[in-house]
Ligand binder design. Sequence first.
Ligand code: V47
Ligand code: SF4
Length: 365
Amino acid sequence: MFEPGYYRNFGLEEIARKVAEGQRLTIEDGESLFACPDVHAVGSLAHAARTRLHGNEAYYVVNRHINYSNICVNGCRFCAFSRKKGDPLSFELSEEQILEKLRAYGNNLTEIHVVGGCHPDLPLSFFERLIGRIKELQPHAFIKAFTAVEIAHFAQKEGIAAGEVLTRLKAAGVRMLPGGGAEVFSDRVRKLLCPEKLSAEGWLEVVRQAHEMGIKSNATMLYGHIETTRERVEHMAALRELQDRTGGFVCFIPLSFQPANTPLGKMEGTTGVDDLKTIAVSRLMLDNIAHIKAYWVMLTVKLAQIALYFGADDFDGTVVEEKIGHMAGAQSQQGMTRGEIERIIRDAGFEPVERDSLFRAVIRD
Ligand code: V47
Ligand code: SF4
């Protein structure tokens, strides 16, 4: 943090005091941080909060993303990934094709991240079997699979409760839910951009149930489209409230909107300053979520590196193959090696720590 007088210049003196004393920020504080014209002022506060939690360490995971299918019954206007069934650009991987992708990567994976669209036909039994086979193939890997939106979709399709879906998938080998599908909780935004999708309350409820059952999760926020900064901060506050009750969120991931090939393709996307401020405000608002991810896929590797000084402590992972951001024009590479990630983290002045999905250090021989 800078001297108190520095923050006085931007009317952030009171917020700086709260950060120094570890006090919770209000929604209005979050809005003031977004409104501050000096990204360094906001970033320095977030860096102080991040350093208090994680010192000089920056985390990464050796993982692989698997998108089993892009066929989806929803038509979210920010999505370039999904296709309707029968579309020439739709795809649906068989169990064998998925296992083949994993075999190709060897036994080194710490985390396997499995998500797809809300497929109209695939039964829950397909996913139970798939997860079981993945677990058999890579028993040491942590399976992080299916967003709250997919869980609710499986429940609706099968005519059973979301809790039962979670129980069955947990028994099959799912250990954690990824944070996708949260978008922005604002009803105004959801009505305009993703009216068919699981509601904000629905998302929070599925995640709450998962946490109650001992299944931890991440949480995301898709920003940089039509939402206001107030709506971003309200989204963070809703997550903070649920976290007070369950303690089940591991990491928060702000997802910078990639507009290309989406119905919102004429939008310009976020700027670097907006990305950094959003990471910083997330760190400051989410005082009860330990980790903030700089997801290099959406941010670019270079900006994600700088984000480590703006409140982020996690660089995500090797990823290997990414479709959701890249089909929407993300300019980053497809995957990174451990060596590349460690170099980026070290070059930024941090100590790389290889982690598992729950942020426990991974020791390799
Ligand atoms: O749910 C869709 C978002 C999410 C676009 O939990 C878009 O560890 C940007 O959730 N531009 C999928 N974002 C990604 C995701 C994720 C990624 C990495 C790690 C974790 C984790 C979760 O991407 C979707 C949606 O919210 N999305 N379209 C787009 N055009
Ligand atoms: Fe389907 Fe997810 Fe894309 Fe929405 S964001 S259209 S739910 S794949």
